[in-house]
Design a protein. Structure first.
Length: 179
């Protein structure tokens, strides 16, 4: 039986999203499709699948990404779907912690890619917010609300960057301890 669940996760909380998806798999609901705040599940044996998310540095349809997905599929990992640059993978497994990034060095690199992506969004939103507010007060030729919304989005993205930087620092500290 197919079941659709609508749920919101912030970009910087991708690990919470992954944890939730694995909890659903542990309850016997295998991820079969993704969309904007939408997850599709089908019945499966409890714990039959483990789910992993990965943020791709490049646009989704590049030759490099296609070859990488094909490589993963050859190893028994299924590509469930994508949302923007986020890709969702699942694997039939007995392992509880299925990860595409198994060491701290690759996790730090992955977080850095996500931070850079969100930093661009932050910069664009802050710039547009300041620009809209400036135009509104100088020429009364803009929508003030739009500027405020952009500033709020930029601030929220900035908060996400801080959270991801904290995660990255924890991983870097762990890495130094084990070296």
């Amino acid at each position: 039986m197919r079941k659709t669940v609508h749920k919101w996760f912030w970009v910087w909380d991708f690990d919470e999203e992954e944890k939730w998806l694995n909890e659903m798999a542990a309850k016997g609901l295998a991820l079969v499709g993704v969309g904007w705040c939408r997850y599709e599940f089908e019945d499966c044996l409890p714990g039959e699948y483990a789910v992993c998310l990965e943020f791709f540095e490049n646009r989704c349809n590049t030759v490099e990404n296609t070859k990488y997905i094909e490589f993963l599929e050859e190893t028994g990992i299924e590509h469930v779907g994508k949302l923007l640059r986020w890709h969702y993978f699942r694997k039939k497994t007995q392992e509880k912690n299925f990860r595409l990034y198994s060491d701290n060095v690759s996790r730090v690199k992955h977080l850095t890619m996500i931070i850079r992506f969100i930093a661009v969004l932050t910069g664009v939103n802050l710039y547009m917010g300041i620009y809209d507010i400036f135009v509104y007060f100088m020429f009364h030729n803009s929508i003030l609300l739009l500027g405020v919304v952009n500033l709020l989005c930029g601030t929220l993205c900035g908060y996400g960057i801080v959270r991801l930087i904290q995660k990255r620092k924890r991983l870097e500290t762990e890495q130094q301890i084990f070296e």
